[in-house]
Design a protein around this ligand. Structure first.
Ligand code: 13P
Ligand code: SF4
Length: 340
C-alpha cells in the first residue's frame, strides 16, 4: 500500500463544527477561569494541539511530574491520562488535581492490578520491583521505585540486586534488559496498544517511501519494531533528537500527538509516522470544553485511596532521589520551547 505523507497537525477536533472564533473564545475563558482559581494547566504532548496550546506546560510524563512537584498553584488541571493525574496528586497531597475527562485511562496501566503484581513477585523470587510510571497508585504502592521511559535504565542500574522485576511494559522492559545485560529482569506481559499497533511491515513500507529518513522509535513499541529503528528513545529524547539532528527526514514510531507537535515546531523538517496513525484515543478525550467545565465546576477531582497514598508517593520520590532526574535538575527537558 502506498502511503501519503500524513500531516498529523490537522487537529482532529477542528472538523467542521467549531470555528476558530469559538476556539479562541474558549481558550480565553479557560485562561480567565484558571487565573481566578490560581490553577495551572499541564498537558502531555500526546494531547490535541488546541489543548497543548492552553497549557502552562507541555511535556512528557517525567517533565510533567516535575512541574507538578514544583508548582505553587492551588489547582492542577491535568490533560493527560489517569495515572499522570494520580502522580500529580501523589506529589501534591494538599492540592486539588482535576482530570477534565475521567475516561482518559491508560490500558497498559490497567493490565496489572496490585494482586497481579503480588502473584508475579511470588513467581519471581520476590525480587525488588521497578514499576513504570504508567501504573496505578495501588501498583506503585507495592513497588520499590517507579521510573519513566527517560530514566528507566538509570533506575534499574541503581539497584545492587542482580535480579529485578519490571512492570507492566514489556516493550520498555526488554529495551532496559538489553541495555543492562548483567542483570536479570523479570518482565511483566503488559504493553501499549497504541505503540503495538505499529508493525515491522509498516516500518518497511515507510523506509521504502523515505529511504533517507532516520527511523526513531519509542521503547513502548514491540521490540521487533524498535529493533528496526536507528534511534530508540523516550518522548523527550525523541523530540530533542529530531530538533538537533542535522538530517531533515524522520519516521517517528510513536504517538500522533508528539508527531503533530514536532511537525508544527519544526516545519522545515519532514516528519512522518506510520499509517493508520498511531493514536492513543485515551489521550484525546480532553477538549477545550471539558477543560473549561472541569475548572469552573471543579469536576473530576482525583482522589487516591489512603491505603496506598504514602507508599505510592514514596516510589515517585525515590525515583527523583536516585536518578539525575532530581526535581531541580536544570538539564532535563522542560517541554517544547517554541511559543505557540
Ligand atoms: P512518556 O514518559 O514518554 O511521556 O510516555 C508516557 C506514555 O504513556 C507514552 O505512551
Ligand atoms: Fe497508555 Fe499507550 Fe496511551 Fe501511553 S500511549 S497513555 S501507554 S495507551
Amino acid at each position: 500500500m502506498v502511503i501519503e505523507l500524513v500531516k498529523t497537525n490537522q487537529d482532529p477536533s477542528l472538523n467542521g463544527k467549531k470555528t476558530l472564533r469559538d476556539t479562541d473564545s474558549l481558550k480565553n475563558q479557560i485562561k480567565e477561569a484558571a487565573k481566578k482559581r490560581n490553577a495551572i494547566i499541564l498537558a502531555h504532548i500526546y494531547q490535541r494541539l488546541e489543548v497543548q496550546d492552553i497549557a502552562d506546560h507541555v511535556g512528557d510524563s517525567l517533565a510533567l511530574s516535575r512541574f507538578a512537584a514544583k508548582t505553587d498553584a492551588d489547582v492542577i488541571i491535568f490533560c493527560g491520562v489517569h495515572f499522570m493525574a494520580e502522580t500529580a496528586k501523589l506529589l501534591n497531597p494538599k492540592k486539588t488535581v482535576l482530570l477534565p475527562d475521567l475516561q482518559s485511562g491508560c490500558p497498559m496501566a490497567d493490565m496489572i492490578s496490585k494482586d497481579d503484581l503480588n502473584d508475579f513477585k511470588q513467581e519471581n523470587n520476590n525480587a525488588p520491583v521497578v514499576c513504570y510510571i504508567n501504573s496505578s497508585a495501588a501498583v506503585k504502592a507495592e513497588s520499590d521505585v517507579c521510573c519513566t521511559s527517560t530514566n528507566a535504565v538509570e533506575v534499574v542500574k541503581s539497584f545492587s540486586a542482580d535480579e529485578l522485576i519490571f512492570v507492566p511494559d514489556k516493550g520498555l522492559g526488554v529495551w532496559v534488559q538489553e541495555q543492562i545485560p548483567n542483570k536479570k529482569l523479570h518482565i511483566y506481559d503488559g504493553f501499549c496498544p497504541t505503540h503495538y499497533q505499529i508493525t515491522p511491515k509498516d516500518v518497511f513500507i515507510m523506509r521504502e517511501k523515505y529511504p533517507e529518513a532516520v527511523v526513531i522509535a519509542h521503547p513502548e513499541c514491540d521490540p521487533e519494531v524498535w529493533r528496526l529503528a536507528d534511534f530508540v528513545g523516550s518522548t523527550s529524547q525523541i523530540y530533542k533528537f529530531v530538533d538537533k539532528y542535522e538530517k531533515n527526514q524522520f519516521i517517528i514510531l510513536s504517538e500522533q500527538g508528539l508527531v503533530a507537535r514536532m511537525q508544527r515546531d519544526m516545519a522545515h523538517k519532514t516528519i512522518v509516522t506510520t499509517f493508520p496513525l498511531p493514536l492513543c484515543p485515551n489521550m484525546k478525550y480532553h477538549k477545550l470544553e471539558n477543560v473549561l467545565s472541569s475548572i469552573t465546576e471543579n469536576k473530576n477531582v482525583i482522589e487516591i485511596d489512603s491505603r496506598y497514598f504514602d507508599r505510592a508517593a514514596a516510589t515517585i520520590h525515590k525515583m527523583f532521589e536516585i536518578t539525575e532526574s532530581g526535581i531541580n535538575n536544570k538539564n532535563l527537558w522542560e517541554g517544547p520551547k517554541r511559543a505557540t
